[in-house]
Ligand binder design. Structure first.
Ligand SMILES: [Zn+2]
Length: 98
């Protein structure tokens, strides 16, 4: 997989929370964007979201998730890939965009 990972966007789910239907929904996700050379940490902002089955909030006055974007370089992206695969396994990174 590594050899092909020269462009595109990948994500790894760092943590999840259980909603009222017993499903796990993402709480924290990390996105690695090789094209823009950025890392984005996405964190759940509303733990009462109706969309996610967590509660009755429609999230009209606040975002459901909040992103923090970090500008990085290619070497750091590769390091993150290595660390993620060591920590969570080779299938942890999901390709989400070409
Ligand atoms: Zn909300």
């Amino acid at each position: 997989m590594k050899g092909k990972m020269k462009h595109g966007k990948y994500k790894v789910v760092i943590s999840t929370v259980e909603n009222q239907y017993g499903e796990r929904v993402p709480e924290k996700e990390l996105f690695l964007d090789f094209d823009r050379e950025v890392v984005i940490l996405r964190q759940l902002n509303c733990h009462s979201s109706a969309d996610l089955g967590l509660g009755i909030c429609r999230c009209e006055s606040h975002p459901l998730y909040v992103d923090k974007e970090y500008k990085v370089n290619w070497d750091l992206l590769w390091l993150l890939v290595t660390l993620i695969e060591e920590a969570w396994g080779l299938d942890a990174l999901q390709k989400i965009e070409d």
